[in-house]
Design a protein. Structure first.
Length: 138
């Protein structure tokens, strides 16, 4: 960008040729050196003050995220239940024991749950139909 700009290219022409926003081209064309990237990392969380309590409750085998979230509400937690769900899901050793997401572990011969409920054969998707047509017609 700098070479094109120093050679007389317009910022708009450079942005169109490179497929970049005009502001981006302007920033790099005027910069004396390549701008350093900002370091990104995990920041602080609204859960941080409650982590010792969360860890103690999970050690007591409380893996019900909604129950934990309700307890936190009583302790002054202002965040949403999804934050507690995400935190707990990352630390669970096994799938949830109860609730909507509790699943039975299927064996190798078991059919997927959606196929067991279906009485008619599944319809092919458009890409599958295109593929089979290509195979049949050559």
């Amino acid at each position: 960008m700098r070479r094109r700009h120093l050679a007389g290219g317009t910022l708009l022409g450079i942005s169109r040729a490179m497929g970049l926003a005009l502001g981006t081209v302007r920033k790099y064309a005027r910069a004396e050196s390549f701008p350093a990237r900002m370091a990104h990392g995990p920041g602080s969380s609204i859960l941080d003050p409650h982590l010792p309590y969360l860890g103690a409750r999970v050690a007591e085998d409380c893996e019900n995220a909604m129950a934990l979230w309700r307890e936190f509400g009583e302790r002054g937690f202002l965040g949403g239940s999804r934050q507690v769900h995400r935190w707990l899901a990352e630390r669970r050793a096994a799938p949830a024991k109860t609730g909507r997401r509790a699943r039975r572990i299927r064996g190798p011969g078991d059919a997927p749950p959606s196929a067991a409920r279906r009485r008619v054969p599944a319809l092919l998707t458009a890409p599958q139909l295109a593929w089979t047509r290509r195979i049949w017609l050559g």
